[in-house]
Design a protein around this ligand. Structure first.
Ligand SMILES: Cc1cc2nc3c(=O)[nH]c(=O)nc-3n(C[C@H](O)[C@H](O)[C@H](O)COP(=O)(O)OP(=O)(O)OC[C@H]3O[C@@H](n4cnc5c(N)ncnc54)[C@H](O)[C@@H]3O)c2cc1C
Length: 300
């Protein structure tokens, strides 16, 4: 929730919006008075976010949005939505997609019930439908037509959060697995005395520290004001893979209890595989760059 709010939900405003939009919305977003989200994905536009169906037509001093977004993190309770819509069908991703700041209370926006997922239940997603939703022209984020580049930039940098979240889960799994290895006795001694178990713990810790270093590097570069899309993609790629491997080993170390509810549930319900789909499936992440938006197959 926090990651989507402070990351992809508000980064469009922070990085790309005019000063008046920043002044109007960012103080409440920063204080948590208002919760933000990012609405790009659609039923027909997942990996290929150039294939948007949501449209925005200019009518005088406002735009009218129509279309459906889905899988939108924070949508069930968000106050402000960064929404991407087609403003020029002919141009498509090459100058025909625009980002808008849409308030929940604008007429014509309908948010569905929270989705029921296998895991990640603390992270609420929902469908969002726009039916002749009127958005003031001043609520365009960045330049009209440059929304696809904005989306790639926001998603690209936001991926470092998924690295951080995966590392947090790995830390907890290592802690629980180490405690269990020390207390569980088989063949007359703790299973942690067995080298096979020690090897698993050593691999879990080593890979987690490597993922942490990659993630810190991406975050540090962003803090310095540098471009870090590649570094953030590498952090997500590696850390989510490590999370899969650490979760697998944690279940092995816990034996039969590893499959029981509550044993590792809180550390694993983040569903390692699900994290890989967030902010674009992994196959697309490492190659994503705003400079490549001319390739319609490459999504964030
Ligand atoms: C928990 C969660 C939270 C999310 N939150 C948000 C959010 O806040 N805002 C938002 O806009 N979106 C959000 N999403 C959506 C997410 O960005 C999409 O799920 C993601 O982009 C993948 O799209 P898709 O699910 O339609 O899969 P698809 O694009 O249908 O992909 C399915 C599979 O096909 C593969 N594939 C597709 N095309 C190709 C190709 N050309 N070559 C090789 N393989 C290919 C993919 O890698 C994947 O393995 C969220 C998703 C999840 C799961």
């Amino acid at each position: 929730m926090i990651g989507a709010h402070t990351g992809i939900g508000s980064m469009g405003l922070v990085r790309l919006a005019d000063e008046h939009l920043k002044q109007k919305y960012l103080p409440d977003i920063a204080s948590g008075e208002k919760i933000a989200c990012f609405a790009l994905s659609e039923p027909g536009a997942g990996s290929d976010a150039t294939n948007l169906s949501t449209t925005a037509e200019k009518h005088g001093d406002h735009w009218v949005l129509n279309g459906t977004k889905h899988f939108i993190t924070n949508a069930p309770f968000a106050d402000v939505f960064t929404v991407f819509a087609l403003t020029d069908r002919e141009k498509g991703a090459k100058g025909g997609i625009t980002a808008f700041l849409v308030e929940r209370n604008f007429p014509g926006i309908h948010v569905g019930k929270p989705d029921k997922k296998m895991g990640l239940r603390g992270s609420k997603t929902a469908q969002v439908v726009f039916e002749n939703c009127e958005v003031p022209a001043e609520n365009v984020i960045g330049e009209v037509g440059m929304g696809y580049v904005s989306a790639l930039t926001i998603l690209g940098e936001g991926r470092v959060c998924l690295g951080a979240r995966s590392i947090g889960s790995c830390d907890k799994l290592i802690e629980l697995s180490t405690e269990y290895a020390l207390e569980r006795k088989q063949f007359g001694k703790p299973i942690g005395d067995q080298q096979a178990v020690q090897f698993m713990l050593a691999d879990m810790k080593t890979e987690t520290e490597a993922a942490r270093a990659l993630t810190y590097r991406g975050a540090w570069m962003l803090d310095q004001g540098e471009k870090a899309i590649q570094e953030c993609a590498m952090a997500k790629l590696y850390a989510t893979d490590v999370y899969n491997r650490v979760a697998d080993k944690a279940v092995q170390i816990h034996g039969g209890w590893g499959t029981w509810p509550n044993t590792l549930q809180n550390a694993i319900t983040g569903m390692p595989a699900l994290r890989k789909s967030m902010k674009g499936p992994m196959k697309f992440n490492a190659s994503s760059s705003p400079n490549k938006c001319s390739n319609s197959r490459q999504r964030s």
